[in-house]
Every structure is written in C-alpha cells, then in structure tokens.
Design a protein around this ligand. Sequence first.
Ligand code: PLP
Length: 230
Amino acid sequence: MNEQLLSDNISKLLQRVRLSAEKSQRSECDILVLAVSKTRPAADIRAAHDCGLLEFGESYLQEALVKMPELEDLDLTWHFIGPIQSNKTRAIAGHFDWVHSVDRSKIARRLSEQRPQDMAPLQVCIQVNISGESSKSGATLEELPQLVREIITLPRLRLRGFMAIPAATGDTRLQRQSFGRLRTALEQLQVIAPAMDTLSMGMSADIEAAIAEGATIVRAGTAIFGSRNR
Ligand SMILES: *Cc1c(COP(=O)(O)O)cnc(C)c1O
C-alpha cells in the first residue's frame, strides 16, 4: 500500500491511543498497539515496521507461514490471534511469540508440549466469550477459573491474561460494558494467577472504549492498513 497513507494512518492511530490513555489517566506506555496484518502482503508489514511498529497479529496460519520467511531480517514479534484447530498447534508453537486465542485445555496442553525447547515460553491469553453469543469462539466466564488453573501448571506457557472480541456495536456504553466484564474477570482471577497482566481488547472501531476499561493490547487492522477485501 501507499507508504505515505500508511504512515498517516499509524500517526492517527497512535494519537487516538495517546488521547484515550490521557483521558483515563493511564500511561500510553502501558498500551501495546498490535498491528493486525492478516490478508496484507509482507511488503505492507515491512513498511509498517519502517514506521516503528514491531508487533504483528495474524489469524490464518498458512498465510502467516508464507510471509514470515520474507521478513526474517526484521526483529518482529508475532502474535497468533485466530481460531486454533488442534492439528495447527505444532506450527503455531514453533513460529509465534504470543497466542491470544487459547480457548480450551486441549489446545493449551498441546501448545505447551510442542513449544520448542530452544524458544522462550509461549506467551498466551485465554480468549473469552464476553458477549454470550453461541456463535463466537472463546471460553465462557463460567469455564474460565478452571481453565486458568490448568494453564498455569503448563511448563512451556506463560499465561498473561485474556482476549475478547465482543459483538460489534456502535454504542460506546455497550462497548464499555463488554470490555468491563473482561477487566472484572481478570481482576477476580488474578487471585489465582497473579502474573496475569494483559487485557487484549479493542479493535480499530472501539479502541477508545477498550482503553477506558484497561486494555493493555489493542489490535488494529483497518485503522493501519485500510479495509480488507476478504
Ligand atoms: C481482524 C482482527 C482484528 C482487527 O480488526 P480491525 O477491525 O481491522 O481493526 C483484531 N482482532 C482479531 C482477533 C481479528 O481477527
């Protein structure tokens, strides 16, 4: 994509993050902007890196595995944020630094077993279904305590917190309600897992509400790269 446009998009996004942080008296340093690069060519990731972004999120394993070797000369941090089938865990464990979309213990166990010994532990978030729609993936709030207890025993994983993709709504009050539920869940379960420090929530359209409710990672695709054709 056009590099000037990309650079303008990134400046605008960082400005939104800065203003939202200020509004809730938070430090912008506590909020990581994850660039969601699914469907984007490696050249766009390289250009975003040249604008200062270092962390990239991918949802489709095969697509990510094609792009990664093209970018090997850059020091990027890769986050897997898509649905995980169990036959994909080995490749995910071998190529990513973070996984945001762990939603059941079988997947967590496989990721831990398959994480290569010469790599740092895999940083993981549990994806939580906070909107209660049966179609959306993610663990339910009821399943969460047990899943947290299991994952913190897995030697090759570091449980960092929770991720959510709430039902899309333009109503900022409802956005904040959903994100607030995830924050409350984290606060409650920090009693069992005090090392959890991450709320991965907020996408291009609802970053402000997410930051107001304590997001520490916001995942932005369209705000950086423009709309996707897929
Ligand atoms: C695609 C995607 C995003 C980015 O969404 P935008 O609306 O383009 O910012 C964030 N998180 C997940 C899990 C996604 O799949």
